[in-house]
Design a protein around this ligand. Structure first.
Ligand SMILES: [Zn+2]
Length: 328
């Protein structure tokens, strides 16, 4: 049995290395991803779906604000940044293409809808259409590109509230994500925090989608036990809110997952950035540097090997983002 398990894992890895990632500039081999920050932002507008508009900022202003921070990240060894701003919160492929061209970084954007904060970032059609209708929209973006930009999404981004159970609308969003994954192979990242993560895994399974296709976003806010259960089932655990006050929590979780033999399910990022159109000059941009200046050295000082760190910041994101159907 052990031999079969090892062989299965090796075969799985062989498949992974031939996988591809969908960046805003097109597909690249997963092994070209390099050091990756799997959850960051360049631009976010929390004004709400009823008022959000590209007229609230200029591409030039956002690029000028974000570019030095992307260049700093590149100087620290980063090759890929996954931009997690969903539609109706100022997801803007034009900004990301400009920044990819000007910095040489691989940037990744998303399709999907975000239900967090009692649905204030959902457009009216999210309430009237079925999961299948919503999935058809997201699949169309995956095939034809976002709006008229030709830029294809590299993953599905959604978000649910913290209530112990999914609301009917949030349940529909997760079902639409499952249908989209089954068609496109795009990975599903859901803003969940201490919300109902395991319920989402059950819902995905009911639609034939394996936990390996799902990322528990903002997992650092959840209970350790629920995270371990999700990781043992195969889910990705995104410890993405890295900042100075969070370092003890992030370190604890990395050590816990390492002890439990689950480091291969963990993703690390800052959830930093971003240009905010509601603030003068976009407000204060939080840099993408703490991982490299403080946190990874702290992991080393706590006994993590170079290859474990490489797994956390290179191999795991490449496997998580590979465009590949993951049936149950
Ligand atoms: Zn975020």
């Amino acid at each position: 049995m052990v031999g079969v398990g090892v062989a299965g894992r090796l075969m799985g890895w062989a498949r992974e290395t031939t996988s591809e990632i969908e960046t805003v500039k097109g597909r690249i081999p997963a092994e070209a991803l390099g050091v990756t920050l799997p959850h960051e932002h360049v631009l976010v507008d929390f004004v709400g779906a009823d008022r959000v508009s590209p007229n609230r900022y200029t591409v030039d202003a956002v690029v000028a604000s974000a570019r030095p921070h992307l260049e700093q990240a590149r100087g620290l060894g980063v090759r890929t940044i996954v931009e997690c701003t969903p539609a109706y919160l100022a997801r803007d492929p034009r900004v990301l293409v400009r920044l990819a061209e000007e910095t040489g970084l691989h940037l990744v954007t998303n399709t999907g809808l975000y239900g967090v904060r009692q649905n204030r970032f959902l457009p009216p059609y999210a309430f009237t259409e079925s999961a299948r209708d919503l999935a058809a929209r997201w699949i169309r973006e995956a095939r034809e590109g976002i709006d008229s930009t030709g830029v294809r999404p590299g993953f599905i981004k959604s978000g649910v509230d913290l209530d112990p159970e999914l609301s009917p609308v949030h349940r529909k969003l997760v079902e639409a994500a499952a249908l989209t994954h089954a068609d496109t192979g795009l990975t599903i990242a859901v803003h969940t925090g201490r919300g109902p993560g395991l319920e989402q895994l059950d819902l995905l399974a009911a639609h034939g989608v394996a936990p390996e296709a799902w990322i528990w976003v903002h997992a650092q806010g959840a209970d350790d036990g629920a995270l371990l259960t999700a990781a043992r089932r195969g889910a990705w655990i995104s410890l993405d809110g890295l900042n100075r006050p969070s370092i003890p929590r992030h370190l604890h979780l990395c050590q816990l997952f390492r002890r439990e033999g689950l480091l291969h399910r963990v993703l690390l990022s800052h959830d930093a950035g971003w240009y905010d159109p509601d603030k003068p000059n976009g407000g204060t941009f939080r840099p993408y540097d703490l991982m490299f200046t403080v946190f990874l050295p702290a992991l080393r000082a706590n006994g993590f090997t170079v290859s474990e760190i490489e797994q956390l910041v290179v191999s795991n994101p490449a496997q998580a983002l590979a465009v590949r159907r993951r049936p149950v």
